[in-house]
Design a binder for this molecule. Structure first.
Ligand code: SAM
Length: 451
């Protein structure tokens, strides 16, 4: 839309731009097209646009063939956009984007997020939609230049800080260009920046405990001018040895450490994830016959390598809203690394019963101890990886504390989201979970009770 069209439209629909909603409308059509070009839209794309306003970017996205979900808080603009574009590939949601449940997007194949964000909440919106794990494969955001610099900063610069590392831990950030206030109506007081964010390959950076890493980073940047050696004394007892082994100056301040050095420092003080999983290789499992009677015991590598029948437990944990907690399996698992799975799951060990194993796995993986109800048993089959599986369920208040060395990530999901996600992207899930979930739902339907 040209500047004259924007003025005329606003007059016609009786809207004067609201500062608290960051209503600065883009009127440079060449720039709008260039921005949309950076999203490299293909017709299969599902684009979520935050704050479409009068549709400067929306109509170009539709022209490129994308399906667009436009989330607009201002009812007058949402209604206008719906009527003006009236397109079968456009859905306009009139709501606060901060309240949108981004997990529903897991059921879509290729999701991109684009927005000329309202300034006053741009960081909050960014952090909400960038939360890891995320179904989004590309973020293209217009936000304040200063925030753009902080997101894309390099070590030893003024802008480099905990926001930089928090975002760069799972994403790559590109500062595409600075954008002048003159391209908006009304003109904002500051420059903007166009930022492109893409997810990192989860295997690109070394395995680590993200929670511990972020704790170190926050502490390290809590007093930027101070040396890390004093700030992190409680965590790192032999600071000089750590600095020598990770190749940084023992007098370094937080901004001098690269992301890789922060990860190195985390792994220096945490038990190494790989060493732990290697140690698990010697665990003994009962090998069973087709009626689940114990024949003998064997080590994990033999049981999995020779496809022997063995025993496992899966636990489904629900919160008070009835949402299911899904875990993403650790990258170090010998089977199905990084796929999504039951809330907790694991093998029954030698000398252990199913109930004992369920209680232990729940504590080890999620740090919780709640009463568990036995729901159903699945027979060993190729779909379960030759495991006899007892499925349990439990409920908790609050959130589990996932064990970073066992689990990559985890989150609660509404059941409708879980079902759409399994239908849309079955390859994201461990086959054992799909079998358990199918059987669980069937039992819930057949017994017509909440189990
Ligand atoms: N995309 C349009 C453009 O480029 O011309 C408008 C961008 S304007 C900077 C920001 C838009 O976000 C406005 O339409 C505003 O009403 C909308 N908005 C503000 N807060 C919002 C929120 N919490 N959720 C959704 N939209 C919001």
């Amino acid at each position: 839309m040209k500047l004259s069209d924007i003025r005329a439209t606003l007059q016609e629909i009786r809207v004067s731009p609201v500062k608290t909603l960051g209503q600065n409308f883009l009127h440079d059509q060449n720039l709008a097209r260039w921005i949309v070009d950076q999203a490299e839209i293909i017709p299969d794309d599902y684009v979520v646009e935050i704050g479409p306003g009068l549709g400067a970017l929306t109509e170009l996205l539709l022209e490129e063939g994308a399906r667009v979900l436009a989330i607009e808080k201002d009812t007058r603009l949402a209604n206008f956009l719906h009527e003006r574009l009236n397109h079968q590939r456009l859905e306009v949601l009139n709501m606060d984007a901060l309240k949108f449940d981004a997990r529903v997007l897991f059921s879509r194949r290729r999701v991109k997020l684009l927005g000329n964000l309202p300034y006053n909440i741009s960081s909050a919106l960014l952090l909400k939609f960038i939360e890891y794990p995320s179904p989004i494969s590309l973020w293209l955001l217009l936000l304040q230049r200063e925030v753009g610099h902080r997101l894309s900063a390099s070590p030893s610069t003024h802008d480099y800080g905990s926001l930089t590392l928090c975002v760069q831990l799972h994403h790559r950030v590109q500062y595409l260009r600075t954008i002048s206030p003159t391209v908006f109506f009304p003109r904002p007081e500051v420059d903007s920046a166009l930022i492109k964010i893409t997810p990192r390959d989860p295997l690109e950076l070394p395995a680590r405990d993200d929670e511990l890493l972020m704790k170190l980073i926050r502490r390290g940047f809590s007093q930027r001018r101070k040396q890390l050696q004093g700030l992190l004394r409680a965590y790192v007892s032999d600071w000089n040895a750590a600095a020598a082994s990770l190749d940084f100056n023992p007098k370094a301040r937080a901004e001098e450490l690269s992301l890789n050095q922060w990860i190195g420092l985390t792994n220096y003080i945490a038990p190494a994830v790989h060493a732990q999983s290697d140690a698990l290789g010697d665990e003994l499992f009962p090998v069973v016959d087709k009626l689940d009677r114990i024949l003998r015991h064997a080590v994990r590598s033999e049981v999995h390598g020779d496809n022997l029948r063995h025993r496992a437990v899966h636990i489904l944990i629900f919160n008070q809203r009835g949402e299911l907690y899904l875990q993403q399996r650790s990258r170090c698992k010998d089977r199905h690394p990084l796929l999504w799975d039951s809330s907790a799951a694991g093998h029954v060990m030698a000398g252990e019963g199913y109930d004992e194993a369920a209680k232990r796995e729940l504590e080890e993986e999620l740090g919780i101890n709640v009463p568990l109800k036995k729901v159903l048993k699945l027979s060993a089959s190729p779909q379960t990886g030759q495991e006899f599986i007892w499925l349990y369920r439990g409920e908790i208040r609050g959130n589990p504390i996932p064990n970073g060395s066992e689990i990559e990530a985890g989150a609660f999901h509404p059941l409708a989201v879980v079902n759409c996600w399994i239908t849309g992207r079955p390859e994201d899930f461990a086959p054992g979970f799909i079998e358990c979930w199918k059987a669980y739902q069937k039992k819930a339907r057949d017994s017509e009770i909440v189990i």
